[in-house]
Structure formats: C-alpha cells, structure tokens
Ligand binder design. Sequence first.
Ligand SMILES: NC(=O)C1=CN([C@@H]2O[C@H](COP(=O)(O)OP(=O)(O)OC[C@H]3O[C@@H](n4cnc5c(N)ncnc54)[C@H](O)[C@@H]3O)[C@@H](O)[C@H]2O)[C@@H](O)CC1
Ligand SMILES: [K+]
Length: 532
Amino acid sequence: MTELLTAAQMRAIEQAAIESGEVTGLELMERAGQGVVEAIFEEWPELEGGDRKAVVLCGPGNNGGDGFVVARLLKERGCEVEVFLYGDADKLPPNAKANYERWSETGRVAPLSEYTRGEGWGCDLLVDALFGTGLSRPSPDLGNLYWNMEDMVDGFGIEFGHKRGRPAIVAVDFPSGICSDSGKEFPHEDAHYRFAASAHLTVSFHQSKQGHFLSEGAELCGKVVVKDIGLSEEKEWRKDNWKALTKLIGRLHPNWFRKDQDGHKYHHGHALVLSGSHGSTGAARLAARGALRIGAGLVTLGSPRSAMLENAANLTAVMLKQIDGALGLTEVLEDMRFNAICLGPGLGIRADTQALVLTALKANRPTVLDADALTRFSANPDVLFGLLHKDCVITPHGGEFTKLFPDIAEKLAAPAVTGPAYSKVDATREAAARAGCVVLFKGPDTVIADPDGRCSINSAQYDRAAPWLATAGSGDVLAGFISGLLARGFSPMQAAETGAWLHVECARKFGPGLIAEDLAEQLPAVFRDLGL
Ligand SMILES: NC(=O)C1=CN([C@@H]2O[C@H](COP(=O)(O)OP(=O)(O)OC[C@H]3O[C@@H](n4cnc5c(N)ncnc54)[C@H](O)[C@@H]3O)[C@@H](O)[C@H]2O)[C@@H](O)CC1
Ligand SMILES: [K+]
C-alpha cells in the first residue's frame, strides 16, 4: 500500500527536509520541474524534437514557480515556449520569483489574459502550473479557461501540430481549482463555467495526494504520475503520524490469502449469512457464495421457514439452516463455530430485521452489516451505534451513509468554500469514530476507516476503473467477501480493505457485461494472477 498525503503533510515533509539542511526549497522546485518534463516526454515522446510549441500557464504561488522551471527545461529540450502569468510577478514567493527571474533572462512573461483572449490553443502542449496544493478558494475568472480545457480533454483526442491546435494538457501537481485534500472543486457563482481545470496527465511529487483519488479529483487528473524529488523517507515523521496517513490499497501479497496446507475446513471459519423471506432471497445467496469463494471453510445461509424451499432449490456448497426470527438466531449462535455473521442483503426493513441485528450484535461475533440492516436504523441510528462493537464492519453506500450519519453527510455535501475542504476521508473517519466500528463508505473512491483513525482508499479509478461494478447485487457480494474474510480470521479493517480490493479486481477480470453472479466466480482467476 502507498500513502496518500494531505497538503499539510506534504508541507511538513518538505519543511522537515529543508530545515534538516538536506535540501533547499529551490532545489525541490528544480526537481519538481525536472519531474514534470521527464513525465511529459515519457508520456508523449513525439513531443521531443521537431517544431513543437508549449504554453506554460503560471500561477501566483510555488506551483507557478514549478511552471517557470518547466518552461526553462522545455526550452532547453528544443521546444518553443510561451509563458503567461496569473497574478503579480512582484508578489511571487521567493523560490518562484527566483525561477521567474531565471526564465525572464531568456524569455518573455505575458499576463494570462493575453493568452485567454487569444484565438485557439496555439500549442502542442499546455502546462497548467496555476495552482497546486496551496489553492484554498475559487477562481471565477478562470472558469472559462477551465471549461475549454474540459472540452479539450473530454471531447477530442490530442492532435500534435500546434497549427491544428489540440494540445496535450499536463497539470503540475493538480489540475488547478481542485482542493488537494478532498478532491473537490471550489465552486463559484458563475456555474455556466467549470470550477477546475482538466488534464490528460497530472504530475505530482514525492507521493500522491488524497485529492487525486477523491470526489472530482480522479475525473479531472486524467492520469497521475508521481515523481521523486529526492525527499527522504522521513521514518521518524511517519512513525509519529502513521494513523493520520491515508493509505491507497494496492496489489496484495499472495501470502495474505494463503491457507495452511494441513488446515481443516473449520480452521477457515464458518460464516452465517441471513436470508430475507421468500421472494427476497437472492441477495443473501450472492453474499453467501462470495463468502465461500473467498475462502471461508463453511458458509451457512440462515433462512426463515417461508424461504426454505426457495433457498434449498438454489444452493449446493452453501449449507442451509432454518432460522426464524431473533429467537431462532439466538439458538443458532450458541454454536460458537459460527465465527462471522452477515446481515442486511435482502433482509427487509421490518421490525424483525432490527431484532435480528440486535441479537447478532449482542452475540459479539465479527459481523458485517449492510443494506437493509443499516437502512432499518434510519430513524434511530443511535440504537445501532450503542451496540456496534470493534469486530463489526458496516458497508453503507451514499444513501445509507446519509441516513445513518445525516450531519456528517451534510458537511461532506456542502460546497467547498475554503480549503482544505471536508473530504470523504474526514467523513468516513468521523463516522467510524461515532459508530465504534470499521466503516466502509462505498463509491468509485471507497473509503474505509477504523475508529482508531486508520483510513484507506480503495480506488476503482484510473487504470482500475470498473464502472460496470455499479450493478444490482454487487454490494451484496462485497458484504459476503468481507464476512468470508472475517470468518478466516482477518481483522475487521483487513477484511474490509482486502474484500474491497478483490471486489474491484473481480470486476476488472470479468469486464463489461458483468452481473453480480459473475463476481465471486472470478476469484479463482484473480487469486491465480496473484500467484496463489
Ligand atoms: N513548498 C515547496 O518547497 C515545493 C512546492 N512545490 C509546488 O508548490 C505548490 C504549492 O505551492 P503554494 O503553497 O505556494 O500554493 P499554490 O502555488 O498551489 O497556490 C497558492 C497561491 O495562490 C494564491 N491563491 C489561492 N487561491 C487563489 C485564487 N482563487 N485566486 C488567486 N490566487 C489564489 C495564494 O494566495 C497563493 O499565493 C505545490 O502544489 C507544488 O506544485 C514544488 O515546487 C515542490 C517544492
Ligand atoms: K496546477
């Protein structure tokens, strides 16, 4: 897993490196500019040599400073370069000013308005160095430029040859206008125009930032490349701050999933998934099959009497047990071999769902609550929070999250006025602290938080995009995956992170046309790819 930084964390790392004498701010800026130019030619080797023209748009802070370095280095590599500044050169911070002056020895700096008033793009490469991690408010006067950039990235392919004018757009650190902590745009009143820039390629430094993976961030960045600028690993700093760092879930090691050679099926746990009544049983079966495929030793579907026949006709490897209401569940849970419970998919939102959830929670077993098991508590979430314990995982999507945590959802939905804006990471952390258990807040940017503050993002964006995962029943399978992993002895946080990651891998393995039934069936191939 890699860590994702906030703007403040990045500044702290930079500051520590500068104060230790290891590097100067000017050197960092030079390396940042070098990283951008390197990434540009790696992405578009055809830009090197020949009659190529670049336009660099520089802003009033250090992001603009990076831009002046990029302009100089592009010129050294043979590009014709034009530079435009948004703001007042006299007010540039010292390192940016130094690079402005260095560029001015060989080239001109014109006001940005001169560029935006002109016709067409007039370049093969447009470098957006207007704002980076320091942006904290909207920029209405740039809305038209941003709007045109979006049009260019979304509507057309790149066509080099500046006379025809469809440039590649590269963003320095962030497409300007995005809050680097939350990935949100800063809206302004002129809603006709865009609030943030768009890019084909975003080049960031040292480590990715949270905003590259949250809200609109991923949509606008295009592709993110991270360049090393020679900052050290900061082990001490990391040790003090590890709980505050957000992780990006990456490729998992096969040892993570390996089973003991001589393991008995009971060594891998026994998950209990509760089914809804007749006519509403498919969701629980999807979850049960997911739990079994992900490696629980045994999985039992607990079914009310009314649905026994329907379930029996559709189950083979998953076992079936009649469980009627909270009383029935209490009896079954006397068998301590049931070491993980999953409730919610297709369970219904009547009063007996509440009784089942409360019974399951009182049994103090690792438990996943999803869908109806959450919705049932819309009117009285505190009752639920009072019983959730540290071995639980709740898996709300946006709507369910809003019902359980209306005040947190309101803060998250509020337009960003100043930066850093309240992010999905902040919201999920706050929800986990309130619920007292792991919260997995679904989306293309799924955020998972533990009440102790640990937090990670499972991204289904960029090269892991899996839009076809938005299909009926896919969340039920995820709940099943997590329950199966809990049965296998994974901790709640590990189970949620691992389940979410595999869920996306399965969707990607199958590709378009996916329906929920296909998901768990991809696990064997996904495991094989991991080297299991
Ligand atoms: N600090 C460092 O040593 C390094 C910083 N780097 C670059 O510096 C960036 C961060 O620089 P800064 O913190 O200076 O911030 P930015 O350059 O991202 O922007 C902040 C500047 O814009 C102004 N501003 C904010 N919102 C505005 C608005 N709506 N309209 C007009 N002006 C507005 C602020 O007053 C401030 O001057 C990073 O993203 C990265 O590109 C890199 O050079 C690596 C080293
Ligand atoms: K930028």
